[in-house]
Ligand binder design. Sequence first.
Ligand code: ADP
Ligand code: MG
Length: 258
Amino acid sequence: MTHSNYERLHVNLKKLKLERIEEMLDNYLETVLKENKPVMEILDHLVNEQYMVNQQNYLDTKMRLALFPYKKVFDDFDFSFQPSIDKQVVEDLCTMRFIHNAENVILLGPPGVGKTHLAIALGIEAIKAGLSAYFTTTHNLIKKLQNANKNGKLESRLRALCRHKLVIVDEIGYLPISEEEANLFFQFVTRRYERGSIIITSNRSFGDWGKVFHDDVLASALLDRLLHHSTIINIQGESYRLKEKIECGLFEHNKGEK
Ligand code: ADP
Ligand code: MG
């Protein structure tokens, strides 16, 4: 190989954005040529290294775009602390069948029982499975829809939200929702109905949703769409946040936290 060949190879690898190959080429070639490795094996190794880097970058980008508030995975979740959760149901959700079928997941329960943790863990699994996910709180989602509506861009905002295979809407029921806000949220749910999955977390039982949305009719229309194809996980347990305090006897069960 001439010097100009060598230079052109490095320049072209950079231009083609095969940076990993470009970076490892010299050292790797030096080693494998000494070992007399077959060309096919050398090529395969280099291309595979580049592929793995690309794949990791792709996952990192999707994770960033998902806007998870923090990283929580199933391995960190202590199922023995929440025996009301049927692990088989969660394992079935991990197959991502529910996303392929545009079904919803509703995680209900008091604060601290792991609803957001499980929602994020499912979102991360979805991304690992090559699907796209987007995390938002109910409050942020509604604020974004309101802004879009004010600027005449509601339609394009709803369309953008539908591009994600999975949208996680965290915390229905913590903050009051006005009539206008409830209507915007209804439009979001209607738009995704049978087209894309939603995971919802809420500390309020379905019976309370009329109060949350200040409108019984709208709440039941919402639930009708959300629950039609859905998995409901109703967690009835203690707050994990208070686990240690409960263990030390500093708190009585189910008390002391919003
Ligand atoms: P919720 O959304 O139900 O209010 P979170 O998911 O925010 O509760 O959980 C509160 C904290 O406790 C988080 O840091 C979460 O990772 C942790 N946590 C909750 N349940 C468990 C569990 N069973 N195993 C491990 N960590 C848990
Ligand atoms: Mg939560």
